[in-house]
Design a binder for this molecule. Structure first.
Ligand code: AMP
Ligand code: MG
Length: 417
């Protein structure tokens, strides 16, 4: 099988996967999903002119010659409305968010005043001394100064970030139409794998890919379905995959996609006549199997990650995550790709023309730039303990090498810890 370039493998997957149906979800369930529609405001935000600080609502003409004294009419908290207008020589004490009382055009911040009596709550009949006059209109937020009817506050295809959800809530929207989260089944394979907390027998290892892939799936904004451990048996795998395709939108397997005699995922997909088997031009994570099975409503992609933990991680990040994001309508499919400063020499491994995805630690240095160095420990595909330190994958083209201080292209796996 010829090597498939990374970009080509990714493009093939993105083209093959179905798009999720659009449903209306409550805003609290929409985080990280993509809006299916433009949203045009019908509301005015703020809906009325209101006070931007705690102070006294006044007529600017009254305070222009400060210091002056005004008669206090009472206090207006947020959520109330002053029962009478500000007349010449008077002021309402107002709290942030209170509607600007009629007749007032300016709010003098409490720090520029002193009241008599100096009680914590203002009452009618108090006297306030204005020490200094602010500019006319100070302390007032005009109606519609945030959003006006007809403003497009969200464009189809934009990701629902926390502040965008706030914008929607602020115009009274409660549900938003999005391609819904895929239900992603995670099925690990291998007769050597132990999930129970019991001592290992000869030849056994503790299963570790499952929890990693489930976490990666959840981090990608998908719903996780734990499908447990499958045995190294093609018929058993055919049954499990067929069942999974009836219950999930996507199935991700780990292990069993190499050249081994007992590799069940490859064998099962082959038996089902749906196997696409790629030798991806990267190191680690060369073998990758995928298929489209028949689901009740649409095709169900099956992604077969290699079993070695580091290979599983890299395959997921480079191939599966972009495909999942395509299913939910994301336009940015890849992790952020940036140039970083190499702090240590780096070179592509091997001579077979594959791109090396070197696991690197990343940190910002005093020069304000992102610096990377290979993770401590080794870079072999079973050495997940070393790769667990990685913040990024340095993408080293075949034959390339980098000296300290060179710019090296990296894919960020995370920016914060
Ligand atoms: P495979 O791709 O099935 O040939 O597995 C490659 C290597 O990864 C073998 O050494 C497996 O024991 C190991 N491996 C496969 N699946 C898992 C898993 N779920 N957890 C830990 N190691 C695994
Ligand atoms: Mg195996």
């Amino acid at each position: 099988v010829a090597l498939t370039p990374i970009a080509e493998a990714q493009a093939a997957l993105v083209a093959a996967v179905p798009r999720m149906p659009v449903v209306a979800v409550p805003l609290d369930d929409a985080r990280g999903l993509v809006s299916a529609r433009d949203v045009v405001a019908e509301q005015t935000v703020p809906p009325f002119a209101n006070c931007s600080l705690d102070g006294y609502a006044v007529r600017h003409d009254d305070v222009a010659g400060a210091p002056v004294e005004l008669r206090v009419l009472g206090m207006v908290p947020a959520g109330s409305v002053a029962p009478s207008p500000v007349e010449p020589g008077t002021a309402w004490k107002v709290m942030t968010g209170a509607p600007l009382p009629e007749g007032a055009d300016t709010v003098v911040m409490v720090e520029l005043t002193s009241a008599t009596p100096a009680a914590p709550l203002a009452s009618a009949g108090d006297v306030v001394r204005i020490h200094e006059a602010p500019a006319r209109g100070a302390g007032v937020r005009a109606a519609g100064s945030d959003v006006k009817p007809g403003d497009r506050v969200l464009t189809a295809g934009e990701v629902l970030t926390a502040p965008r959800l706030a914008v929607l809530a602020g115009i009274g929207v409660r549900r938003i139409e999005v391609p819904r989260r895929p239900r992603v089944g995670v099925l690990v394979t291998g007769d050597e794998l132990v999930t129970d907390p019991r001592p290992l027998r000869a030849g056994e290892i503790y299963e570790s890919n499952g929890v990693m892939v489930r976490a990666l799936v959840a981090d990608s904004g998908c719903e996780v379905v734990d499908l447990g451990v499958g045995r190294d048996d093609a018929d058993d795998m055919v049954e499990r995959l067929t069942k999974a395709a009836a219950a999930c939108d996507v199935v991700i397997t780990t292990g069993g996609v190499s050249m081994g005699d007992t590799d069940p995922v490859k064998a099962a997909l082959d038996q089902l006549g749906r196997l696409h088997w790629l030798q991806v031009s990267m190191r680690p994570a060369k073998p990758f199997a995928y298929a489209l099975l028949d689901g009740p409503e649409r095709a169900v992609p099956v992604f077969g990650l290699p079993g070695n933990p580091v290979s599983s991680l890299v395959s997921f990040e480079v191939l599966v995550r972009p495909a999942l994001r395509a299913m939910t309508g994301h336009r940015e499919l890849d992790r952020p790709r940036v140039l970083a400063v190499a702090d240590e020499p780096m070179r592509a491994l091997g001579t077979d023309g594959r791109t090396t995805m070197l696991r690197v630690e990343a940190r910002y240095a005093d020069d304000g730039r992102l610096h990377v160095q290979p993770v401590g420990g080794a870079q072999e595909s079973h050495q997940i303990a070393a790769s667990a330190r990685a913040d990024a994958l340095a993408e080293l083209a075949p034959g390339s090498s980098y000296a300290p201080g060179d710019d090296v292209p990296v894919r960020m796996l995370r920016w914060d810890h």
